[in-house]
Design a binder for this molecule. Structure first.
Ligand code: MF3
Ligand code: CO
Ligand code: CO
Length: 287
């Protein structure tokens, strides 16, 4: 396994790629409402990427060994779908929860990857809590990133928060290094033991993208060869950011104007975050 350390020039390119991915989510947010299909959302995102941003989708026709080519420009995971859901013609309805996962490729060949949860109208208290806890899991994972920390610290922070809220962490899919390739080393597990695993170094760039289930952790794959669902058909939620390990802590690269700020829960834990952008997002520290 080899983990590349990005040069300052590469980091600059990754800033752009990740911001552009986040801006696709900003753009699509107002369209996520009852009556709109995920296929329509896919088409809108595709046009925005290619015609406005001059980026391309990393997912369209993506075909890792053993998989059929992925047929859409974004991934949409609805309700009990965990990840890699394929957009389709069924209209969204009130109470649905939807993950939209965007990976763009810049003209310079750099990948930016981020995803958010969207709620259609009002959802159940359970669905809301699941989305909130998954969001906090991602931010607690981010807050554990600093030079010298280990990937097991990141996974542990996520697992502990999910499980202490009665939820479970999907094991089969993980975060990943990213750069000039979509999926690089290291694998970033969303569970683990503190003090174990790869030691983080400045210049590493990877995603943190926990998939949190309301019921059991087990998953199944649908016959389309892509869509992952919870085996017990319980709800699932996921958030994803791409982050950089800095000399003194962490910088979130996939920020944008409308990206939801970390909640009070992670305020203190994020002391290591070095970018002014996170500080600006952050609500007033808890007193
Ligand atoms: N964007 C996803 C990730 O976070 C990967 C999607 S691969 C696809 O790694 F083929 F399903 F699109
Ligand atoms: Co993604
Ligand atoms: Co990813």
């Amino acid at each position: 396994m080899s983990i590349s350390l990005k040069s300052p020039a590469e980091i600059e390119e990754m800033h752009t790629a990740c911001r552009l991915a986040a801006e696709v989510l900003d753009y699509i947010a107002p369209f996520v409402k009852a009556g709109v299909s995920t296929a329509e959302i896919d088409l809108l995102c595709s046009n925005y990427m290619t015609k406005v941003q001059h980026t391309t989708s990393a997912t369209l026709n993506y075909a890792p060994p053993g998989y059929p080519p992925y047929p859409a420009s974004i991934c949409t995971a609805l309700n009990h779908q965990v990840c890699h859901g394929i957009p389709g013609p069924k209209p969204l309805k009130k109470g649905d929860i939807l993950n939209i996962d965007v990976t763009v490729v810049t003209q310079g060949g750099f990948y930016g990857d981020t995803s958010r949860m969207f709620v259609v109208g009002e959802c159940s208290i359970l669905a809301k809590r699941l989305c909130q806890v998954a969001f906090e899991c991602m931010w607690l994972g981010i807050a554990a990133v600093r030079p010298g920390a280990r990937l097991g610290d990141v996974g542990h922070a996520i697992q502990r928060h999910a499980e202490s809220n009665g939820f479970s962490v999907v094991r089969e899919f993980c975060g990943h290094g990213i750069g000039r390739r979509f999926h690089e080393d290291p694998q970033v597990l969303h569970y683990g033991q503190p003090g174990t695993g790869v030691a983080l170094q400045p210049g590493m760039i990877f995603t943190i993208e926990p998939m949190i289930n309301a019921g059991k952790a087990a998953i199944s794959e649908l016959p389309d060869g892509w869509t992952i669902v919870t085996r017990d058909r319980s709800l699932s939620a996921q958030w994803e950011h791409t982050v950089l390990v800095t000399e003194s802590g962490v910088e979130v690269l996939s920020l944008s104007a409308d990206c939801p700020p970390p909640s009070g829960l992670v305020g203190g834990a994020l002391a290591s975050a070095t970018n002014a952008a996170i500080a600006a997002l952050e609500p007033a520290p808890l007193s």
